[in-house]
Design a protein around this ligand. Structure first.
Ligand code: ADP
Ligand code: MG
Length: 718
């Protein structure tokens, strides 16, 4: 049996099954083998009905009968019930609010029922159990189910399901496939010496151990191997990219220390050591002759823009090769129009003393600095005119949004690409910008997403990392307080005192776990509106309150932000999903409602909104949670040094699932879990680097090449 064979060639599938498998991304036999259980139920839970007792969590196999739907006598909620019978007895099953259950199975069908035994008066029953139809009863129910030898302790795999395909179905399908010879035909993509070095099981054993483990430790070894495999291949992919990138030619940038120092000395502040160090690293990359590819990671407010501006200066200060006039060009891409405009204004400040034109291109307008009539101000111009100047090489610095990557934007000497908040862009968008010229430009990506080191090493394996540590001098740390319900009123009073002094406030409404994601934004908009009304009516009657949420149009958002910036609005109630207040130095307070629902790193991100001021800033973390553990977790916000520390804390305490922004990385759950294991991640990286260094086309490793080039394994993270 060939592992690449389509699964419908082996099994006769009903249309709903086909659809479900498609939804889960399972097309071939191999896909099915890579569909791993999320957990294992102990088969000892499988009980004969006569032996169950109250509070048992059980799995029962039997025949269902007496299915009916009615209204429960108490609150008139719809209720379904039925009776399951095996050789030893029968037990009632009851479902509340799930009238469709009675339609999913039919009288007389063999079923697997899983749930908790409950007692009412003298009768035992199972309330809201999981139920699924099965094709045959397992042999020897009540004894060990899968190991008929009796002494072996077997585990029952539980798979992720989708409507139409149950865990049970997957179990049998996988078992059927594995009983053929398919495992003999799968080549292990990990070289044997690496498996031996790290004591990992080979692929054949791993598939058996993950789908039909005899003991928990086998299942764990198999998971570890597959996690290693995934991270190893991400690394191989990234290291191959890195190698390719480094074989390209790039611009040599002049870095005259005196000029650079002069540029820095005009800043209204003294740069931190960390900023100077970052500038140095970039400058030395500029002189290697092949393109830089560096990620600058630093908390919100750590001063990344100054680092970028200084290095942009070095680029504009360099003449195109063989010319004694003109400048090399920089493209500076920002994720939103608000940010692009803000940076545009910053850059005008940085460059206004130099004969350097600075352009702005966004979806709605184009500008050029300086204006012909006023050398200190920018002016609006047509897009066509701006792009013409850019193509001529007359505009050394072009700042913009996604508009920058459009085909119509052509540079003459694009030498440097800066991407702000790079996590907001896809890999493809970044590639488009870096392939705009024949000679590869230097690339600086910047991010404030606090992620743990293991994750950076994995998803940014092709980049050099620079960390901006600490905050600029003299910055007052934000006073963060965890507010329990009894302290709510007091806190509002404290806030009013600051409002009287002219400060402003953000109120972030809680994350909403709306079961229907298409409705999520609407529900959030509603909660923002309601909270704003409540605050106006009951708390902050004297102040102007406005709202901001993602259901609003860009024009509406912009006008709300403008009013807030101008101080016309005092309090801005917003959802956590909108980028609030890019830079409103006077907004020194933030309330975060329902804080227990956020990960620490996300709370930290939100808190970053009030860091941009010389006034003392306050963050009030409101929680209704009574759990001491939650309160302890939130406490970390008051003690951790920076966002990266908090991300590590989140990873350790709550697991990879809670990492900020995880959805976009597209790493499997199994590999996300492995991120707790720095040794494994480092090992995968070391091996990948070694391998690519020796043999970047993988001629000695056909299995690796095949795996990397197989579109099904396309690494699509980020
Ligand atoms: P981010 O890293 O979030 O992009 P910014 O570059 O926007 O941060 O900097 C935040 C604020 O800190 C800006 O107002 C900037 O002028 C200021 N700043 C940057 N570096 C320093 C420094 N070394 N000392 C004092 N203030 C600084
Ligand atoms: Mg920034």
């Amino acid at each position: 049996m060939n592992p690449t064979l389509a699964i419908e060639k082996i099994f006769r599938l009903t249309p709903p099954q086909k659809q479900a498998l498609h939804k889960m991304g399972i097309v071939t036999i191999e896909d099915l083998l890579y569909h791993f259980p999320t957990r294992y139920g102990d088969t000892h839970e499988v009980k004969n009905i006569e032996s169950v007792i109250k509070s048992d969590e059980v799995v029962i196999f039997g025949r269902i009968s007496g299915l009916k739907t009615s209204k429960a006598f108490i609150k008139k909620i719809p209720m379904s019930e039925g009776v399951v019978t095996d050789e030893t007895g029968h037990i009632k099953c009851v479902w509340f609010n799930q009238p469709y259950i009675a339609k999913m199975v039919h009288d007389g069908q063999l079923v697997r029922v899983e749930g908790k035994i409950t007692q009412r008066k003298d009768e035992l029953y199972i309330s809201n159990p999981k139920i699924e139809g099965v094709t045959h009863l397992p042999t020897g129910v009540g004894d060990s189910l899968f190991g008929n030898d009796g002494d072996e302790h077997s585990l029952y795999p539980v798979y992720p399901e989708s409507r139409g395909v149950t865990s049970h179905w997957i179990y049998h399908a996988v078992q059927k496939i594995m009983s053929g010879h398919v495992l003999d035909e799968i080549h292990d993509p990990i070289p044997t010496d690496i498996l031996e070095k790290y004591n990992l099981p080979n692929i054949r054993t791993s598939f058996i151990w993950i789908h039909a483990p005899k003991k928990e430790t086998d299942a764990l070894s198999a998971r570890k191997r597959f996690a290693f495999q995934e991270i190893f291949f991400i690394q191989l992919y990234k290291q191959r990219e890195r190698k390719l990138w480094s074989t390209q030619k790039s611009f040599l940038i002049e870095t005259h220390k005196k000029d650079i120092d002069g540029f820095i000395s005009r800043f209204p502040f003294k740069p931190t050591d960390s900023q100077l160090h970052a500038i140095e690293s970039i400058m030395s990359d500029f002189q290697r002759g092949y393109p830089m590819s560096r990620l600058l990671e630093g908390d919100v407010g750590s001063g990344k823009t100054a680092v970028a501006a200084t290095t942009v200066y070095a680029v504009t200060h360099t003449r195109p090769e063989g010319k004694d006039y003109g400048n090399l060009q920089t493209a500076y891409m920002c994720p939103t129009e608000i940010l692009a405009k803000q940076h545009y204004e910053n850059f005008i400040e940085f460059f206004k003393h130099l004969p350097i034109k600075v352009g702005l291109v966004t979806g709605s307008e184009c500008k050029i600095f300086p204006s012909k009539t006023n050398p200190l101000k920018p002016t609006k111009i047509s897009r066509a005119q701006l792009l013409k100047w850019v193509a001529n090489g007359e505009v050394p610095i072009l700042i913009g949004t996604h508009s920058l990557i459009q085909k119509s934007v052509v540079f003459k000497h694009l030498a440097y690409v800066v991407i702000d908040e790079q996590h907001r862009f896809g890999t493809l968008q970044r590639q488009k910008l870096t392939t705009k010229s024949d000679i590869a430009p230097h690339l600086l990506s910047m991010t404030a997403t606090p992620i743990p080191r293991t994750l950076s090493l994995t998803i940014y394996g092709d980049l050099d990392l620079t960390l901006l540590e600490g905050m600029p001098h003299g910055r007052k740390p934000i006073i963060t307080e965890i507010i329990v319900p009894t302290e709510r009123e007091n806190t509002y009073e404290k806030i009013k005192k600051e409002l009287v002094l002219g400060r402003q406030l953000y109120v972030i409404c809680p994350r909403i776990d709306e079961p229907d994601p298409t409705k999520e934004l609407a529900v959030m908009a509603k909660s923002v509106t309601l909270e704003a009304e409540r605050l106006k009516k009951d708390v902050f009657q004297k102040w102007n309150i406005d709202i901001l949420h993602s259901k609003m149009t860009p024009a509406e958002k912009e006008s709300v932000m403008k009013d807030f910036e101008l101080g016309k609005t005092h309090i801005l109630v917003a959802t956590s999903v909108v980028e609030v207040g890019v830079n409103v130095p006077n907004a020194t307070m933030i309330i975060i409602e329902g804080a227990e629902r956020f990960g620490l790193s996300q709370l930290h991100q939100l808190r970053g909104r009030v860091i941009r001021s010389n006034h003392q800033a306050f963050c009030y973390v409101f929680t209704e949670s009574k759990s001491q553990k939650t309160k302890d977790r939130l406490k970390a916000l008051t003690t951790a040094k920076n966002g990266f520390e908090l991300a590590e804390f989140d990873l350790a305490q709550r697991g990879a699932g809670e990492l900020y922004g995880r959805k976009q990385w597209g790493i499997s759950d199994i590999a996300m879990d492995a991120l707790k294991n720095i040794k494994m991640v480092e090992a995968a990286r070391t091996e990948a680097v070694r391998l690519v260094d020796n043999d970047s086309s993988f001629t000695q490793y056909p299995a690796i090449k095949q795996y990397l080039d197989n579109p099904a394994n396309k690494i699509h993270f980020e």
